[in-house]
Design a protein around this ligand. Sequence first.
Ligand code: DX5
Ligand code: ZN
Length: 224
Amino acid sequence: MLPTAVKFAPSILACDFTRLGTETEAVSSAEYLHIDVMDGLFVPNISFGLPILEAVRRSRDALGAGQLLDVHLMIERPERYLEAFAAAGADSLSVHVEATPHVHRCVQTIHELGRRAGVVLNPGTALETLRPLLEGVDLVLIMSVNPGFGGQSFLPQTYERVRTVRRWLDDLGSPAELQVDGGVTAAHVRPLAEAGASVLVAGSSVFGPGGGAAGLERLRAALR
Ligand code: DX5
Ligand code: ZN
C-alpha cells in the first residue's frame, strides 16, 4: 500500500502544438493538466502564455472534463501576471521562490483570486526556504530537473527532498499536494510515490510515441 494516492499532470510542453486540442483530449482522464509558462528570463527558454491557456481552458470546458489546469509560472516577478493567468483559466498557480522576494504575498494574492496556490523549488534551492510558506499553500512543487526545457534527465537527489517535504507536510497535518516535475518516466513513478509525492508531472514520457493516452496509461500501470 502506497503512502499517498498518486495523481498525474501531463505537461503540454511536450505536445504537438498543431494538434493541441486532440493531444489534450487524449489525456483528459488525468487529474491535472500542467501548463509550463516560460519567459526567457527566469529560465533560458520561452514557451507560451495567456492565449494558449485560454484555448486549453475553452477546450477543457467544452469537453466537460473535471481536470484542473495547473499553471507553472517560470517567470520573473510572477506577481505582475497572477490576475491575468487566473482570468485566463488557471485553477492553480505555482510560483518559484527564486523568482520574487514576495513569494508569500504571491500566495496571498492567488488565494484572493480564488485559485489554489503553489510554491516551486529549483533543484539547487535549500528546502528550508519552504518552511515559512508551508502552512499556507495548496501545493509544493519540487523540481527534478533545472527548469526551462522538457526531455531532461531526472535528478535522483529528488527522492530525498521529497521524503523531507512529505515529513514536514505530515507533521503539520497539511493536505497540500506534493508535486514533482521534470524527467519523470515510468521507472520513477513507484519510488516517487513511496517517497510521498502525490502529483507527478510528465511531458515527454506521456506525449511520446504512441500518443498521450498510451503514455499516461504506461505511467499509471507503474503503480499497479
Ligand atoms: C521543465 C518543465 C516541465 C517539463 C517536463 O521546465 O517545468 O514541466 O515540461 O517535461 P519532461 O517530463 O519532458 O521533463
Ligand atoms: Zn512544469
